[in-house]
Design a protein around this ligand. Structure first.
Ligand code: BEZ
Length: 395
């Protein structure tokens, strides 16, 4: 067990990068906290198949800062942006660069579950406050959960479980899942299987290809022979655009559904190929609330395109950060008060009200959506205030 003072020293040592930091810095910390800008690292994909996801998250974060007059908890904010390229092998070194070399006070990142594992390893050790604005890998809020790590997006399990449940309840007897072979794909497959079985259906098989490959033909060729009533899928970004177009072009008669990422922020590229696809997600087009309408208008004015779930998740990461920093008046070193405020926060999200589970994952409604006239129209709420099981977490 480390004491708060030991943790402060460890973080100060990391930032200074030298053994010269001594206990003498502690009395000046309050003064420093009040005058220095808060350094916020944005470790996100700005290139590759998830580039638009990273950009929309960034817009969402910046929107909150603008709404709050450029300050969080009374402190100016300086962003340090790093393109993680969705490359898991670079995850630890990129996170170390932000934490050790750039000395960020807060890290917001990332999109890809594999890269998140690299970040997690680094920030669990350094104690850096971290907000996960997308990546859904279970470990972060299950067995490897940490008191300094909060997620404002989802676990891979949440939307996929809801999709499986909706199918099962609709009377679908057999379904398979097709995806990239990494945590987001395999964990969503597990969620889909559990939901389908809970709804009375049967999971038949998992079909995978390597991330971020888009040669779907060998997998598509197998589908008619599986004997299933539905195919579920996890793909996102550029890969999702390609997959949905290839699925339609192959003329496969088995209905396609999935975690909502399959059709989120991608409909412009997918066109008519996406018509009628049902997905499950914690957001949808046409959520007619004052908060969501204002958010969508502001996002469009800023980014010159429609908002999507990634923009919402970035916005809520910054809202949660603001709630914590306001509670400590910008003194990020007061970790106990900061974390407690974030744990208790009730966030007015464009998606609806959200709270944090004891494991620091978001608790939220999951909607069934159907692509209609180029929009992910909400059909119904499949699971109200769904929490991830959070298994194995001890904070
Ligand atoms: C993930 O890797 O966790 C992920 C990536 C894109 C969309 C959703 C999840």
């Amino acid at each position: 067990m480390t004491t708060p003072i030991q943790r402060l020293n460890r973080r100060a040592l990391i930032k200074a990068g030298a053994a010269t930091v001594a206990a003498s810095v502690i009395p000046t910390r309050w003064a420093i906290a009040q005058t220095k800008p808060l350094k916020v690292g944005l470790m996100l994909p700005y290139s590759g198949t998830f580039a638009q996801l990273g950009e929309n998250i960034t817009h969402g974060v910046e929107m909150v800062l603008a709404e709050k007059g450029g300050k969080l908890g009374g402190r100016e904010v300086q962003f340090v942006k790093l393109d993680d390229e969705s490359k898991p092998e670079l995850g630890p070194q990129n996170a170390e660069r932000l934490v050790k070399r750039d000395g960020v006070d807060v890290l917001i990142g990332t999109v890809h579950s594999g890269v998140q594992m690299g970040i997690h390893k680094v920030v669990k050790e350094s104690g850096t406050l971290t907000l996960v604005p997308n990546a859904g890998n279970a470990a972060v809020t299950r067995d490897l959960c940490a008191k300094n790590v909060f997620r404002t997006s989802f676990t891979n399990w949440q939307p996929a479980y809801a999709m499986g449940l909706a199918l099962g309840k609709k009377g679908v007897k057999k379904a398979s899942w097709i995806t990239w072979d990494y945590a987001a794909g395999t964990e969503s497959a597990e969620g889909f299987k559990q939901g389908l079985e809970a709804g009375g259906g049967q999971f038949v098989s998992l079909l995978t290809l390597k991330f971020p490959e888009t040669n779907f033909q060998p997998l598509l060729a197998q589908i008619q022979g599986l004997g299933v009533d539905a195919i579920g899928a996890f793909f996102s970004g550029g890969g999702a655009v390609q997959f949905v177009k290839d699925y339609a072009a192959a003329g496969i008669k088995v209905p396609l559904c999935g975690s909502g990422f399959l059709t989120e922020g991608t409909l412009g590229g997918q066109g008519a190929a996406a018509d009628g696809i049902e997905t499950a997600l914690h957001y949808g087009d046409g959520l007619d609330t004052p908060k969501n309408n204002a958010f969508r208008a502001a996002f469009k004015a800023k980014a010159n395109r429609e908002a999507d779930v990634f923009a919402v998740q970035g916005y809520d990461a910054a809202q949660l950060l603001a709630a914590g920093l306001e509670a400590v008046k910008g003194n990020i070193e007061d970790e106990k008060t900061l974390h407690a405020a974030m744990e208790k926060a009730k966030i007015d999200s464009p998606r609806g009200a959200i709270t944090m589970s004891p494991q620091h994952n978001v608790v939220q409604d999951i909607y069934l959506r159907k692509v209609t006239n180029g929009q992910n129209k909400i059909v119904s709420t499949i699971a109200a205030q769904l929490a991830d099981p959070g298994t194995g977490c001890k904070i």
